[in-house]
Design a protein around this ligand. Sequence first.
Ligand code: DGJ
Length: 696
Amino acid sequence: MKILDLKNGIFVLETENTHYVLGVDKNGYNRHIHWGKKCDVKDYRIFNWGDENSNHTTLDEMKQECTAFGQTMYRECVLKATFPDGCREINSKFIGSKIEGSTLTLTFSDKLYSLEYDLSYTLYDKGDIITRSITVRNTGNEPINFEHLYSAEFTLPSIKPYKFRNTNGAWGGEFVETESCLDGGSLVFESRKGISGHNNSPYFIAHQDADEKCGKVYFGSLAYSGNFKVKATRDLYGITRIIIGMNDFDFGYTLGGGEEFTTPAVHFGMTEGFGEMSRQMNRFCVDNVLPKQFNDKILPVLYNSWEATEFNVSVEGQTKLAELAADMGVELFVMDDGWFGARNNDRAGLGDWYVNKEKFPNGLDELIQNVNNLGMDFGLWVEPEMVNPDSDLFRAHPEWAYHYDTREACELRHQLVLNMTRSDVQEYILNVLDKLLTDHNIKYIKWDMNRPFSETGAENLDNPKMLYYLHTKAVYDIVDTLKERHPDVAIESCSSGGGRSDLGALTHYDQAWTSDNTDGIDRMTIQKGYSLLRPTKTMRAWVTDIAGINKPCSLDFRFNIAMQGALGVGGNLLNYSKEDLEICKKNIALYKEIRDIVQFGDLYRILDADKDEVLMNQYVTADKSRSVAFIAARGTRFYKKRLPLTFDGLDENKRYSFEFWGEKHTMSGSYLMNVGIPTHIHGAYYNKIIVLEEVK
Ligand code: DGJ
């Protein structure tokens, strides 16, 4: 990996397989030059065209790394600000460049006003991912008010239309993939709900005719959990540009005199095929994005009480579940909602983070001790950013929820969002969580967030439109402080399922709850969408009693699907037969043998449940010595049931042993990848797990 300063205003960011080339022209404009395969660096240059005519200006057609609104540039802009005298244009000059370690920074300033900004790019030792962000600095005394403060602008190389993959999900149906072709005009993927949300993902994936293995894929993922926007446009010449960052919807940011602000980061790259994109991003996130305490640790098998007991938790009930969970091999027992305040249903209690004395007359420690005695760690659910109007907290501090004095607050799930931009609210939440973790042997927190924002008044702020950013930052800061004070506690991000599982959340939280939909069939689609640009080991997947929406699918089938992430169990074990409990035990034991391959290996998506009717996902260790393939099908049609299972990612010269058709076999990597093993997939809910081990 290296950064080349060609000394002619052009900089080449060289990754393992790509060049990302940018520069500054003689007029001081930042310019985008190339993104893709490596070329001879001598050939990189900046072209200048004249105006086409008075309606299509050179400036408007320029390819830039960061468009600042002003002059005759009408395309979507990254930066837009109002200066203290009311001027709303930025007109920049180049100040200089700096290469420090593996980071290139280009600095620009306004020609007249006291605004400076840095475009920063960081490279890594391995792979093709680059991280970029923008830092704005107010070098004067008067405030500058930003209306656009995006993180990055990208320009794609071909003039032919690109297709954009994203997700169009919902609660219970997260990460459902979509593909839209951008011929002209614009495409927008965004959230306006205060969190990144269930609908679109804060990333872009652009390609022309790529598939899992071939074709150029350009992608970038925003590390931010608040309102985001990805906007792609295609102009009259066929140039496709993308801006990505904090949404400008209801947005503002006041940069006071002497202050600076760095936008959320974007991790981006170009690969051959979607498979390589996901593998690179997966490895990159494990090494560089996830919090350091647990990034390289195997995640434990957990049990979560939510689906079994909902709000009806008690020492006795939870202990009974814990005994069964421990017996089947669970390592972490998590008590979900219902343990605090007057929380007997979702109408009351949020905000009152003290134990419910009726349910736990001797406090939390009695249950924690029972769980620990069974050899498991204990985890707890909280929803810190929320308050029920029916709570002691709200009765004491009604002003702590976002509100306008003149408007009635819209309740969703009978709750309101706390104004996390207030220091007293931040202090309350930090103290209450810190105390819980200090007083009890808790090793895991599930941090939930179950409604979008509304009535977003924040009278404590001079510029209330900063609240979306400040709220997100406050959440990150509290999570970071808790982790600093309690480094052995893992924290999971949950938001009514997968509503806050972006790479911003995963920079602070160790894992994410994927979806409240644990149906084995739906999960095949949900987990595929998750795997595109999110790391596998963060994907919590439980086996529950939602045993198939149309027909029950077997426990083995549900385990097959849930084992493809960080396995959990969430059914009501009290209703399980002896045989069911044995099936759980057997699968958990198998998962423990292969989970390092799943959580840290390279994923090859070989067959797609939706397109191919059969799902085949294969995970391979970095040294290609071990691999596990999961095969599952909801049911096959008569002519779709015989196929050779071909593998991927193996070493063609190694030999692998595995069990199939009830017998042991040894075959070469090249045979397994090029010929495959003939398979008869038949019956409803077919599922198989094939473990390959190198034979030395
Ligand atoms: C929503 C989460 O997604 C569920 O897993 C559960 O924790 C409930 N909230 C509890 O209220």
